[in-house]
Design a protein around this ligand. Structure first.
Ligand code: ATP
Length: 322
């Protein structure tokens, strides 16, 4: 293998830069040329290819976001768009691709492989941790730490005013940020899409738990079936009008910030392994870390299912909260 390309795609996540750095430096070590593709699949279609050298990834390991920039590409969803992307890859003589992104990125890679023989290896860059084949995705640990830091601050004001706060965190389909973040802040309840939301039960627990603690934090994953923090707060407020209720949506701060040490180390390991996987002839697989070891999971399997929630964690949450 003489030349590879690397791109970041889908939602950005802290640690993508660390992964990119590892890809570029591993390739250079093995005397493989590297091109960066800006703006994800859009850049593949619009020929935004740039030469990467060891220096181009200097001083980025600690930076959030992605220096290559990213995009959600509508054109890549079309065959026409993918054909243009292939023509550009052929023009630049690219023999392998490292795609850093989430499940959509890998679904796109699979679709692309129907018209292209260029091998693709993925690194799981998404804060959601919603992929099979890795214990932790790139950015997940940082996002949880951001949630914990923000909610600790909310707890101070909640406690001072005896308030009930509903804090909405990211997670359209997966409640893993809510679950871990909620455990980390000692939330009184955690509401996630994977479990049925029982408002009556929540109200009963809030009534019963009043004597234990004057402030209360309820963490709500944005994708919960009950309709997010505002809707749930409204229902609770009608039934428990004495509670001084507030809602905070954490939003995009959860995507940004310097990656945690764990994200930097995991991203570096996965970027390093992705290049070596291409050299070994692997394709259409995602690199992951399972029980501390590097593992490769075919894209089909990585994107098919949500991670199952650990039943021990769920049981613990119900015992420790309220
Ligand atoms: P995140 O988990 O952070 O949202 P993601 O990789 O899942 O990241 P998406 O926007 O879902 O983000 O996917 C990235 C891009 O992959 C899409 O914008 C689209 O261009 C491409 N893609 C997704 N699904 C397909 C598909 N079935 N066919 C072709 N391309 C696809």
């Amino acid at each position: 293998m003489k030349k590879i390309a690397v791109l970041t795609s889908g939602g950005d996540s802290p640690g993508m830069n660390a992964c990119l750095r590892a890809v570029v430096r591993t390739a250079i070590y093995h005397k493989i040329e590297v091109m960066g593709i800006r703006h994800g699949y859009d850049g593949m279609i619009n020929d935004e290819f740039i030469v990467m050298d060891a220096k181009s990834v200097a001083n980025i390991i600690h930076r959030g976001g992605t220096i290559l920039k990213t995009a959600r590409s509508k054109e890549f969803l079309t065959l026409e768009g993918r054909k243009r992307a292939l023509a550009n890859l052929q023009k630049h003589k690219i023999e392998g691709i490292v795609a850093i992104g989430g499940d959509g990125t890998f679904r796109g890679a699979l679709e692309f492989s129907k018209i292209s023989t260029i091998p693709i290896v993925g690194c799981p860059g998404t804060i959601d941790n919603d992929l099979i084949g890795t214990d932790f995705t790139i950015g997940y640990d940082t996002a949880i730490n951001t949630v914990v830091e923000a909610v600790d601050k909310i707890r101070d004001t909640a406690e001072s005013h005896d308030r009930l706060f509903f804090v909405e965190v990211m997670g359209r389909d997966a409640g893993l940020i809510a679950l871990r973040g909620g455990i980390g802040v000692g939330a009184e309840s955690i509401i996630i899409p994977e479990t049925k939301t029982d408002i009556e039960y929540l109200i009963k627990r809030l009534e019963n738990g009043r004597k234990n603690k004057s402030s209360k934090i309820i963490i709500v994953a944005e994708g919960d079936e009950a309709g997010g923090a505002f809707k749930i707060a409204e229902q609770v407020k009608t039934r428990l009008p004495d509670y001084d209720t507030r809602v905070t949506i954490l939003g995009h701060i959860q995507r940004g910030g310097n990656p945690s040490a764990m994200d930097r180390v995991n991203s570096s390991r996965m970027g390093f392994a992705a290049v070596e996987a291409l050299m070994q002839g692997k394709s259409n697989v995602m690199v992951g870390i399972i029980d501390k070891n590097i593992e490769y999971t075919p894209f089909e399997n990585a994107t098919k299912h949500l991670q199952e929630l650990n039943p021990d964690l769920m049981r613990m949450v119900s015992i420790l909260s309220l």
